[in-house]
Ligand binder design. Structure first.
Ligand code: NAI
Ligand code: MG
Length: 351
């Protein structure tokens, strides 16, 4: 096992600049307790960098990231820059260059945060989102701009390899959980790509006889997720469906501020990237009130990915214990700021 891990840290914009340093305090403390070191390269990329240079990251940015064991990202996005620039200038190139083909989003209810569905006490599901193809494609274009017959065409791209590896990841994950995979589809309306998705998913699932496959149309699935979230174990979806369902599920579990995500390159040929689900939250940026749990939980996922599960568990137990003791930030109805909550997590280790 390694004793030092090289991590590229990109706080980004808005509250990313607040929750990333908070998470580092906790990550360094946990690493020290478990006898390893995290060597951090802080990269000041994001909207300020864009205003100075016209780019979200330097031209050789991906080469710089490639030399690290993992990437720890806050959030990017600023009201002064179109979101397409921030997304296609930083996040999407990283996901694609490093073949981070799985976006993993665990959704679990937390102590002291009521699930937003009446009668449901607990949510524990994982969303596996295909992360490098599907509906998020640059194939297409616009023609006849400004004329009455102006048109836009956007092609979705689904490959057998892409769908197979997402389905296989979901099935393997479900084997270690409650043995159920729900596949999000829309094969009634979208007649080429979605029947193909269904076929390939079913083929992969046949190799995992212990795992039950349930195929649900995305509209019905959205409703079922709201009405009966406890009936789900692992949900696998395309890039777009997975994105939408994960925000929905995160909101059900309490707050967008607590949800983590991992962009994984499962074979480990390239660094994986860990980030909270939330964005840069310009409405509360600079006030010191952002909830650091999404970032902390993403940090725990990073440590688990690096082969340090005990350290990861310790972070998760610490913030759960704080919440259980009534220590929480404003978005959860509490009174603690980012700094106060982080201190409470750190104090928990010395108990
Ligand atoms: P957002 O997630 O930044 O904020 C949505 C709402 O949730 C806001 O009211 C915000 O105050 C609140 N919130 C979010 N995180 C919180 C936290 N940790 N603690 C307490 N409250 C929190 O989403 P929004 O407003 O749609 O997007 C803002 C910017 O962030 C945009 O530029 C968008 O493109 C970008 N964005 C970036 C993402 C990324 O870097 N991966 C993901 C989502 C949005
Ligand atoms: Mg999203």
């Amino acid at each position: 096992m390694k004793d030092t891990y090289a991590i590229a840290s990109i706080p980004g914009d808005g509250i990313g600049l607040e929750v990333v340093p908070a998470a580092w305090r906790v990550l360094h403390a946990v690493a020290a307790r478990h006898g390893f070191r995290l060597e951090v390269t802080r990269l000041q990329w994001g909207s300020d960098f864009y205003h100075r240079t016209g780019r979200m990251m330097p031209a050789d940015g991906l080469d710089a990231l490639a030399r690290h064991d993992a990437i720890f990202l806050g959030a990017v996005g600023d009201p002064s820059i179109p979101d397409t620039e921030t997304l296609w200038g930083l996040l999407i190139p990283i996901r694609r260059a490093f073949d981070q083909y799985i976006n993993l989003r665990p959704v679990r209810s937390l102590p002291g945060i009521p699930v937003r569905v009446r009668g449901v006490d607990e949510i524990d599901l994982v969303i596996v989102r295909e992360n490098v193809e599907g509906e998020y494609s640059s194939v297409g274009g616009r023609i006849y701009q400004g004329q009455p017959h102006e048109a836009a065409i956007q092609e979705a791209v689904f490959t057998r390899r892409g769908v197979e590896r997402a389905a296989r990841f979901a099935a393997t994950l479900a084997e270690g959980r409650r043995q159920k995979v729900t596949s999000a589809t829309k094969s009634n309306g979208i007649i080429h790509t979605m029947p193909f998705w269904d076929e390939v998913v079913a083929g992969v699932m046949a190799e995992h006889p212990d795992v039950a496959l349930e195929k649900v149309l995305i509209d019905a699935l959205a409703a079922k997720l709201v009405l009966d979230p406890a009936s789900f174990d692992v949900i696998v979806g395309s890039n777009l469906f997975g994105d939408i369902l994960s925000d929905l599920a995160a909101a059900l579990a309490g707050s967008i501020g607590v949800a983590p995500s991992a962009n994984l390159n499962p074979p480990g040929d390239h660094p994986s990237m860990f980030e909270p689900v939330h964005g840069s939250a310009p409405d509360i940026a600079g006030q010191g009130v952002a909830n650091p749990i999404g970032q902390l939980w993403a940090g725990a996922m990073m440590l688990r990915h690096l082969g340090r599960p005990e350290a990861a568990d310790e972070i998760e137990s610490a913030f759960r214990a704080c919440l259980a003791a009534g220590v929480s930030t404003r978005d959860l109805g509490g009174t603690y700021g980012t700094d106060g909550f982080t201190k409470a997590v750190l104090e928990h280790f010395s108990k």
